[in-house]
Design a protein around this ligand. Structure first.
Ligand code: PRP
Length: 195
């Protein structure tokens, strides 16, 4: 690890994906999304009705910035902020904190997530987006923690399968609001986590 002025790296127990591994994979995903769009959007449509990348705040912001900059197809940005909550009778309802700024009707939407865990967030978002009659919706998530899945959701452009049930920070992901700006993904030292 590099010597960091603020020493946030000293809180990391194990690096799971290095900066280099992440960048290599995100670049490949950018090419995959480009290829999909090139197959499905005409040249005229690219300019008249460009596809829209929808970043699910806040964790996906770093991945969104890198993924879209590895793409060559022009793409618009929009942002959505939600919080999931629920109890035993009504699990995982999603409360919209910030909705999209623009209409997605008749547009190709690429939903950008950092991680799909139980799938609740994505499930509710996709239902809400489909109700707005887009031309198509595809999902890109950097990580897929499928072992914890409760809702069946498709990830079209996936970075990594996370086999272990690990709590991760870095590259957009936080613990108590911190560590999002680490360029790699890792686990925190156990003594730092309040159960
Ligand atoms: C994370 C992540 C997804 C969601 C996945 O967001 O960015 O949106 O959880 O979990 P699920 O599949 O179990 O629904 P979080 O609520 O931590 O907010 P943040 O992105 O602002 O950190």
């Amino acid at each position: 690890m590099t010597d960091h002025k603020y020493n946030i790296e000293r809180d990391i127990d194990r690096i799971i994906y290095t900066e280099g591994e992440i960048q290599r994979r995100v670049k490949e995903l950018g090419v995959e999304v480009d290829e999909y769009l090139e197959r499905n959007v005409s040249k005229e449509e690219i300019w008249s009705r460009p596809p829209i990348a929808v970043c699910i705040l806040r964790g996906a912001s770093v991945f969104m910035a890198d993924l879209t900059r590895y793409m060559e197809v022009p793409i618009e940005y929009d942002f959505m902020s939600v919080s999931t909550y629920g109890d035993a009778t009504e699990p995982g309802e999603v409360r919209v904190l910030k909705d999209l700024d623009r209409s997605i009707t008749n547009r190709i939407v690429i939903v950008v997530e950092d991680i799909v865990d139980t799938g609740e967030t994505l499930h509710h978002l996709l239902r809400a987006f489909h109700a707005r009659s887009p031309k198509a919706i595809k999902v890109s998530s950097l990580l897929d923690k499928s072992s914890r899945r409760k809702k069946d959701v498709d990830i079209d452009f996936k970075g990594f399968d996370l086999e272990e049930d690990l709590f991760l920070v870095g590259y957009g992901m936080d613990y108590a609001g911190k560590y999002r700006n680490l360029p790699f993904i890792g686990t925190l030292k156990e003594e730092l986590i309040d159960e």
